[in-house]
Design a protein around this ligand. Structure first.
Ligand code: WT7
Length: 640
C-alpha cells in the first residue's frame, strides 16, 4: 500500500477544493463545450469563440475555438497595463548571484514592441517561421512574445543544442530569421551562441537575417550581409499593434524527439494553447496576484514555454527567470535565490532534486524557505525517496507538492493533484486535469477498467493538444493515432491504483528521458554511426541514480579501428557536436557484433536487459543468429 500524505489545509479562497474539483471535472466531461467556453473567458478575445470543440482522431483533424480571434501577446502583456503596469512581469537573475534585472509589464510592453518592430523592419510577417536560440535571458521571452504579437511562428531551439542540431531545425521549418545573442553564461562557463549560429548557417539555410542581442559583450564574428546588432537598429519605438490571430493560427513549433527518425516539429496553435496554458497555471499553482513563481526549466523546452513565459504572464503573474545552474557557485543556489527573492511557488525537475539531495540537507537548511507555499515537479517520474526529501527538507512538510505529468505534445499539465484539493502519494502524478480522459490499454487494444497497468492513452482531445507535426501530418497521425484506433497514445506506460491515482512508469517506446531531457535512441545511434570508425550502434537506456536514465551505447567498429579509451572519448565528443552534451553516452560498450535475429533485426530487448544488469531475465535467446554473443556481452557489462 502506497504512502498517502494528506494535503496541507487549503488556504482561504483556494481556486479549487476537492468538492469543486469533482464538480468541475464532471462538467468538463459532460459538457466540454460549455466548460471550455467558460474557461476561455479568462483570456481577452477580439472575437469571442462560439464554436468550441471540433475534433476527430480518425482521420486526424483537431480544432478548438475555431471562430475565435485573439492575440497571445496582448493577453500576456498589453491587457495587464491598465491594472498592473508597474508590477514586475519578469524578475531575472543571471549566472552570477545577485546580478538581477526586473521588467515591469510596462517595460516588458516597450521591449516587446521594439523587438516586434525590429522583426517587421527586416521583413518578417504573419506566418513566417523565426528560430530563437537563446540562453535564459529576458530577451528570449521578449522575442517569443514579439513573434506572437506579429503572428510569426517561433521555433525556440535549446541553447545547449549544437550547431548541427540547430541547422537541422532551421532547415526543417525554413526559417528566414534567427534571433540570438552574443553569448550566455552557465555555471561560470561561456556558451558561444552567436558562433554556433554562424556554424549552423555556414552549412546552408534559408536564413536572410539574424538579430543579435548584446548580452555578454563577448567577441563575435559579424557578417554584415545577415547580422543586425539589436541595439543598433533604429526606429523601433513606434506603435506595433497586436495582429488579429484566428484561434487555429499557428503559435509555435517546438522540436522534440520520437522513437524514430529526426526530431519532429510539434505544432501548437494560438487559442487552444493559450487557454490550456492560462487555465492549468491558474488551477494547478493556485496563483494569487503578488506571488513570485519560479519554474527552473529552460525556455528551449515546452516547460519553459508554458510555465516560464505564457502561463504566468497570461495570468498577470511575476515569473522568475534564471540564467544559471543549480550547483553554481554552489549547491545552495536555488535556496539562496528562494530566500533573497521570496519565491512563493517553486517548480523543478526530479533530476535536479536528486542531484541536490545528494549534497545533503545543509545547503537547503541554511536558507530561509518560509516564503515557499507550493512545490512542483515535472519531466520524469520522481522516485518516492526524492519526493519525500523534497517534502521534508525543502518544504518542511508544510508545502503541497504537485507532480505534474504532461508532454511537449500536450502543451501543459494533464495529470496532477491540485494543491487545495487532493492528498498526495509520493511517486504518483495523481488525477486527470479538467477535460482529460486517461485510458489504460493493453497490448491488444483492450481498455482496462479500475486498478490496472497498461499503455497510457487519452480518449478525448483537449484544447492544448498539438495539431500536427510541422510539414508532415501523416507522421502525426502515424505516431500518435495508429497504435490504438480513435485514441491518442502518449508513449508512456502507467498504472492506475484503487483510488484512481495515476503512476507513470516511463516510456514504452524507444524514447529516453535523460535528466528530464527527451532523446530518441535512433538519434543517438545515427550520431554514432556518422563517425567514420563506427559500423553499427544500438542505444538503450539504463537506470541512473541522478539522471533517471543513462545512455548505454553498444558500438561495433569498422575493421582496423581499435576499441580503446581514446576512441571512446572521441565518440563521446562526436555525439556532443552532432546533437548536444545532453546526448553524450554514459557508457560505450564496444562489441564485435550486435545480437540479431536470423533475419537481421537487432534484439533490443536483450540489450536493454544487459544494460540494466538484469542478466537473469533475458527471455528467449534461441532465435538469435549467434546465441554465444550474449555471454560475451554480459561479460563486457560486468566489466563496466
Ligand atoms: C515525457 C514528456 C512535461 C514537460 C517536460 C517534458 C515524462 C513528464 C512526468 C511526470 C512521470 C513524466 C513522460 C512524458 N514525464 N512529466 N510528472 N511523471 N513522467 O516534456 O520532453 O515532451 O517529455 O516526460 O515520459 O511522456 P517532454
Amino acid at each position: 500500500m502506497a504512502e498517502r500524505i494528506p494535503v496541507p489545509a487549503a488556504r482561504e479562497g483556494t481556486h479549487c477544493t476537492a468538492a469543486q474539483y469533482e464538480e468541475l471535472y464532471r462538467r468538463s466531461i459532460d459538457d466540454p463545450d460549455g466548460f471550455w467556453a467558460e474557461e476561455a473567458r479568462r483570456l481577452d478575445w477580439f472575437t469571442a469563440p462560439t464554436r468550441i470543440a471540433d475534433w476527430s482522431y480518425d482521420p486526424v483533424a483537431i480544432r478548438w475555438f475555431e471562430d475565435g480571434v485573439l492575440n497571445l501577446c496582448h493577453n500576456c502583456v498589453d491587457r495587464h497595463l491598465p491594472e498592473r503596469a508597474d508590477d514586475v512581469a519578469i524578475l531575472w537573475e543571471g549566472d552570477e548571484p545577485g546580478n538581477v534585472r526586473t521588467l515591469t509589464f510596462r517595460e516588458l510592453h516597450a521591449e516587446v514592441v521594439r523587438m516586434a518592430n525590429a522583426l517587421k523592419q527586416l521583413g518578417a510577417s504573419k506566418g513566417d517561421r523565426i528560430t530563437l536560440y537563446f540562453p535564459m535571458i529576458p530577451e528570449a521571452a521578449i522575442a517569443m512574445l514579439a513573434c506572437a504579437r506579429i503572428g510569426a511562428i517561433h521555433s525556440v531551439v535549446f541553447g545547449g543544442f549544437s550547431p548541427e542540431a540547430l541547422h537541422g531545425r532551421i532547415v526543417d521549418c525554413a526559417s528566414r530569421f534567427v534571433i540570438t545573442c552574443d553569448g550566455g553564461m552557465r555555471g561560470g562557463k561561456l556558451v558561444p551562441l552567436k558562433a554556433n549560429v554562424d556554424a549552423a548557417l555556414a552549412e546552408g539555410t534559408p536564413v536572410e537575417a539574424v538579430i543579435v542581442v548584446c548580452h555578454l559583450g563577448n567577441e563575435i564574428a559579424f557578417n554584415p550581409a545577415t547580422d543586425h546588432w539589436y541595439h543598433e537598429m533604429a526606429d523601433l519605438d513606434g506603435d506595433c499593434p497586436c495582429a488579429s490571430m484566428n484561434a487555429e493560427d499557428p503559435l509555435f513549433i517546438l522540436y522534440t524527439s520520437g522513437s524514430t527518425g529526426k526530431p519532429k516539429g510539434v505544432l501548437h496553435t494560438t487559442g487552444g494553447y493559450a487557454v490550456w496554458a492560462a487555465t492549468t497555471f491558474h488551477y494547478v499553482f493556485d496563483y494569487r496576484p503578488g506571488e513570485l513563481f519560479w519554474c527552473t526549466a529552460d525556455v528551449g523546452w515546452v516547460t519553459g514555454h508554458t510555465y516560464v513565459v505564457y502561463g504566468p504572464l497570461a495570468n498577470g503573474a511575476t515569473t522568475l527567470m534564471f540564467e544559471g545552474v543549480p550547483n553554481y557557485p554552489d549547491s545552495s543556489r536555488f535556496w539562496d535565490m528562494v530566500e533573497r527573492h521570496k519565491v512563493d511557488i517553486f517548480y523543478t525537475a526530479p533530476t535536479a532534486i536528486r542531484a541536490l539531495m545528494r549534497e545533503g540537507d545543509g545547503p537547503v537548511k541554511k536558507h530561509d524557505r518560509s516564503s515557499i507555499r507550493l512545490l512542483g515537479t515535472v519531466g520524469e517520474p520522481i522516485n518516492p525517496e526524492a519526493w519525500l526529501w523534497y517534502w521534508r527538507v525543502v518544504g518542511d512538510e508544510r508545502c503541497p507538492i504537485v507532480d505534474t505529468w504532461w508532454q511537449t505534445e500536450t502543451a501543459g499539465i494533464m495529470i496532477t493533484t491540485l494543491p487545495g484539493a487532493h492528498d498526495m502519494k509520493p511517486g504518483s502524478a495523481g488525477l486527470p486535469f479538467f477535460g482529460v480522459v486517461p485510458e489504460l490499454v493493453d497490448a491488444d487494444g483492450q481498455v482496462l477498467e479500475g486498478a490496472a497497468s497498461g499503455n497510457l492513452c487519452l480518449a478525448r482531445s483537449w484544447p492544448g493538444q498539438m495539431r500536427t507535426v510541422y510539414g508532415d501530418h501523416e507522421r502525426f497521425a502515424q505516431t500518435y493515432f495508429s497504435a490504438y484506433r480513435g485514441k491518442y497514445f502518449t508513449g508512456d506506460g502507467c498504472r492506475r491504483d484503487e483510488d484512481g491515482y495515476y503512476w507513470i512508469t516511463g516510456r514504452v517506446d524507444d524514447v529516453l528521458n535523460v535528466a528530464g531531457h527527451r532523446l530518441g535512441t535512433a538519434e543517438v545511434e545515427s550520431a554514432l554511426v556518422s563517425h567514420p570508425k563506427v559500423a553499427e550502434a544500438a542505444v538503450v537506456g539504463y537506470p541512473h541514480d541522478i539522471k533517471g536514465q543513462g545512455i548505454y551505447a553498444y558500438v561495433t567498429l569498422v575493421v582496423d579501428a581499435e576499441p580503446d579509451a581514446a576512441l571512446e572519448q572521441e565518440l563521446r565528443q562526436h555525439v556532443r557536436t552532432e546533437i548536444s552534451p545532453i546526448a553524450t553516452p554514459d557508457i560505450i560498450h564496444f562489441t564485435p557484433a550486435l545480437p540479431k535475429t536470423r533475419s537481421g533485426k537487432i534484439m533490443r530487448r536483450i540489450l536493454r536487459k544487459i544494460a540494466e544488469n538484469e542478466f537473469g531475465s533475458l527471455g528467449d535467446t534461441s532465435t538469435l543468429a549467434d546465441p554465444s554473443l550474449v555471454d560475451a556481452l554480459i561479460e563486457g557489462r560486468r566489466n563496466r
